[in-house]
Design a binder for this molecule. Structure first.
Ligand SMILES: [Zn+2]
Length: 82
């Protein structure tokens, strides 16, 4: 295993989790997050919760800007941004 394929640590994986779930990471980063999730029980639980949440949002997804804005604010709050 070399530096370009090594799993991320917990902090890095969690930081990228939303982008990962949203499919917005480049292939190498996505692979490294996925590898971490396979290896880390703590983050795997985190991942499953957030994926369930995103699945629920997708069920409700609308194309209008107001909904996109709401979704952005919810995700921002969950990321701890203010
Ligand atoms: Zn972890």
């Amino acid at each position: 295993m070399n530096d370009t394929t090594a799993a991320y640590d917990c902090g890095h994986a969690v930081h990228l989790l939303w982008e990962y779930l949203d499919g917005r990471l480049p292939d190498d980063a996505r692979g490294r997050v996925a590898r971490h999730l396979e290896e880390c029980v703590d983050c795997d639980g985190h991942f499953k919760f957030e994926r369930s949440f995103l699945d629920a949002i997708r069920t409700l997804r609308r194309d209008d800007a107001a909904f996109a804005s709401l979704r952005g604010r919810v995700l921002g709050a969950l990321r701890g941004e203010s």
